[in-house]
Design a protein around this ligand. Structure first.
Ligand SMILES: Nc1ncnc2c1ncn2[C@@H]1O[C@H](COP(=O)(O)OP(=O)(O)OP(=O)(O)O)[C@@H](O)[C@H]1O
Ligand SMILES: [Mg+2]
Length: 451
């Protein structure tokens, strides 16, 4: 197939001017490309001798929509934005929804490109609530405020943000709207009193409610002095809180649990979490947040009320070798930061307190460092009893005497291995003692050098 050469080439004018006397066309809406696109279409339309296609102008942005509603020039609108994490944005949207619920017949809602988008805010107990995700809510004068205001939930270049809009001259009001929204959230925070996981996500910390398995003191066998220290730690924000405050003391406190792997440190933190959740919000911090987002973490938990922050295995950021790392400096800063605020209990664990940088152990960072010891004879007996069937005819005291130095995790494995080898009904003193003394329960090879 041959392509005939064009008879003549067409030269487009550099700029196109509307012919004198021609009616001013009604321009279609070209979004951000408005000016250039208008000119190109006008040029093409004129060449074809047709009218410029007409389309009613739809508002594309919240500010355009509001300018139309308020009958003001878009450039004179006042807007104040606040960047935040996605979690905080969702939570502010939750507060916004409460405002909407208070004025159900008054508000108007706008969503760019059609219906406003909604999303679910997970409440952690298996339920969630629907909140605006990308939307602008307009409260007319006399509803939320005497003056008309609007609140937008949106993303700018991927950053979650909340923006307050007012008609011209309302800067102070716009700022007040944002502050009031935060206050609404903090007055009745849906996450308060829950158990949250602090993970890293979207370039910052995201808090998500998690289901927490209830652990009680009877589930973990520890020396009585250790429980006394735990009680003293907790009392700083519970029974002794008012007394401390009345005397001008901070109620924040830090407790570091040190001990070999498997002695029950994590288990103990879960017992404390169970006891304090409700009056306090519990925040379980992942290793990644510990390394990278400590400053953001303490920002994020503001407004949650009294908190228990659990930092597991701080060796990864705070060992002697980490001095000079930014994460180490940030970690120390964050610990110091809690001291200037009230009602934050920081509970941390480490395997080796001697490996920690002395700066971490300085008084005022962790007020108390306690050693979680491996169980003694009585403790081992009690732990074996926890993990063996209650009616098994086993002299647990005797078995425990063969296991000097074993941790709670070791004892659990002795019990589990015995049950696996002999079945729950086949357990006897000699059989369990045999498992205990053989060392078969240890993960490392028992005998032989395989190299
Ligand atoms: N003192 C104890 N009383 C009862 N059970 C225990 C005790 N210590 C350990 N266990 C059992 O061993 C399991 C593992 O212990 P845990 O994870 O708490 O140890 P850890 O000290 O945190 O160890 P790591 O330093 O390796 O994190 C517990 O879930 C529990 O079943
Ligand atoms: Mg642990």
């Amino acid at each position: 197939m041959s392509h005939p050469r064009p008879e003549r080439s067409l030269t487009l004018p550099e700029t196109y001017a509307i012919p004198r006397g021609a009616p001013e066309p009604v321009w279609p809406d070209f979004g951000d490309h408005d000016e250039a696109a208008r000119r190109a279409v006008a040029a093409v339309a004129a060449m074809l001798g047709r009218p410029v296609p007409e389309r009613p102008k739809e508002p594309r942005s919240s500010s355009e929509w509001l300018a139309l509603r308020w009958d003001v020039d878009e450039s004179t609108l006042v807007n104040v934005s606040r960047d935040m994490s996605r979690t905080l944005q969702r939570l502010h949207a939750y507060a916004l929804q409460r405002w909407v619920d208070r004025h159900p017949d008054d508000v108007a809602v706008f969503g760019p490109g059609g219906a406003p988008q909604r999303a679910a805010l997970d409440l952690g107990d298996g339920t969630s609530v629907s909140v605006p995700a990308v939307a602008t809510v307009l409260f007319p004068a006399g509803s939320a405020y005497d003056t008309a205001v609007a609140v937008e939930v949106a993303y700018r270049y991927g950053t979650p943000m909340i923006t307050a809009f007012t008609p011209p001259g309302g800067l102070a009001l716009a700022e007040r709207v944002l502050a009031d929204l935060t206050r609404t959230l903090e007055a009745d925070h849906p996450y308060r009193g829950g158990v949250l996981s602090a993970r890293s996500g979207n370039g910052t910390v995201e808090l998500t409610p998690v289901r927490h398995t209830v652990q009680v003191r009877d589930d973990v066998v520890l020396p009585a002095e250790l429980w006394r220290e735990v009680d003293l730690f907790c009392s700083s924000v519970t029974t002794r809180r008012e007394a401390l405050r009345a005397l001008g003391h901070t109620t924040s406190r830090g407790l570091l649990l040190a001990g070999r792997p498997g002695v029950g440190k994590t288990k103990l933190t879960r017992v404390i979490a169970t006891e304090l959740a409700g009056p306090l919000t519990v925040v379980l911090v992942t290793a990644e947040v510990l390394r990278t987002w400590m400053t953001e973490l303490y920002e994020e938990i503001r407004g949650l009320g009294p908190c228990l922050v659990v930092l597991e295995e701080i060796d990864s950021v705070a060992s002697k070798g980490s001095r000079g790392d930014t994460s180490f400096a940030e970690f120390l800063d964050a610990l110091d930061g809690t001291r200037s605020s009230d009602d934050v209990l920081t509970l941390a664990t480490t395997n080796d307190p001697d490996a920690l940088d002395p700066a971490v152990k300085r008084p005022g960072r962790f007020d108390t460092i306690i050693e979680v010891p491996p169980p003694d004879q009585a403790g081992r007996t009690e732990i074996l009893r926890l993990f063996l069937p209650p009616d098994a005819p086993v002299d647990v005291d005797l078995v425990a005497s063969y296991l000097d130095g074993a941790t709670g995790a070791d004892l659990r494995e002795v019990a589990r291995r015995s049950i696996l080898e002999h079945g729950p009904d086949g357990l006897t003193t000699s059989r369990v003692a045999d498992v205990a003394t053989s060392g078969r329960w240890k993960p490392a090879p028992v005998a032989g050098n395989y190299l």
